[in-house]
Design a protein around this ligand. Structure first.
Ligand code: ADP
Ligand code: MG
Length: 223
């Protein structure tokens, strides 16, 4: 069954008199529990695509469905609610809170959206930290972790609320080759475990090989 349905979207950025066609007439659908990559050179529209699916921006035309929701029709508040409850995000530069430990960074989304007992929360956080392989690093602050360990914490943070969909824009761009492959494989293992759909972007040929479905963008068009 399709989790993401994209119907003929275009995205045009208008800066002054200059129009940039970041995406043009793109249609596709992404299945539940799939492991999908958007690839293409810099400027091809990867980030724009992930931002539209992630309710961070709106298409100029076309429709986007995630699950049963038409997300392009959401207002700002609905978008924010949907992001918090149904989506997980992993970023190129990790975006962990520097003043929180790995444990606290992972716990944070749970405290924002769910009214849960402290003991239940603790059990969940410890379990996911174990799944991503950094349980023994849980009390460290981000600047005491390697890049790979930081991204493992970010993967755990994205999954702690059990979202249907995780979006990762160039999640391996700031990692060495070995850590990059390890993080992508970890994401795939997490997909297997939680049946979470992962959509990531990359321009690294080694990383894209790990995807099960690849969409190539060129000047905003699917090729
Ligand atoms: P990628 O992630 O593949 O590098 P992007 O989606 O970031 O590509 O960008 C696609 C095109 O849209 C590029 O030409 C880029 O310069 C342009 N673009 C992206 N964001 C904006 C913006 N906020 N305003 C104007 N142009 C933008
Ligand atoms: Mg980008």
């Amino acid at each position: 069954m399709a989790l993401v349905q994209i119907d003929n979207i275009s995205k045009i950025y208008q800066t002054g008199v200059v129009q940039v066609k970041a995406l043009q007439d793109v249609s596709l659908s992404i299945d539940e529990a799939s492991f999908v990559s958007f690839v293409g050179p810099s400027g091809s529209g990867k980030t724009t695509m992930l931002n539209l699916i992630g309710c961070l921006d709106k298409p100029t035309k076309g429709k986007i469905f995630v699950g049963r929701e038409q997300v392009d029709a959401f207002d700002r508040r609905q978008s924010a609610m949907f992001r918090g409850s149904a989506l997980g995000f992993i970023f190129q530069s990790f975006n962990l809170f520097p003043v929180l430990t790995a444990y606290e960074n992972v716990e944070y989304p749970l405290m924002m959206i769910k009214n849960e007992s402290t003991s239940k929360r603790k059990e969940k956080v410890l379990k996911i930290l174990d799944s991503v392989g950094i349980l023994n690093q849980k009390d460290k602050f981000p600047d005491q972790l390697s890049g790979g360990q930081k991204q493992r914490a970010a993967v755990a943070r994205a999954l702690i609320t059990h979202p249907k969909l995780v979006l990762a824009d160039e999640p391996t761009a700031n990692l060495d080759k070995k850590s990059a492959i390890n993080i992508i494989r970890l994401m795939r293992t997490m997909r297997d475990e939680f049946k979470t759909t992962f959509i990531f972007s990359t321009h690294d040929p080694e990383v894209m090989k790990e995807a099960e479905v690849i969409y190539t963008l060129e000047d905003g068009r699917l090729v």
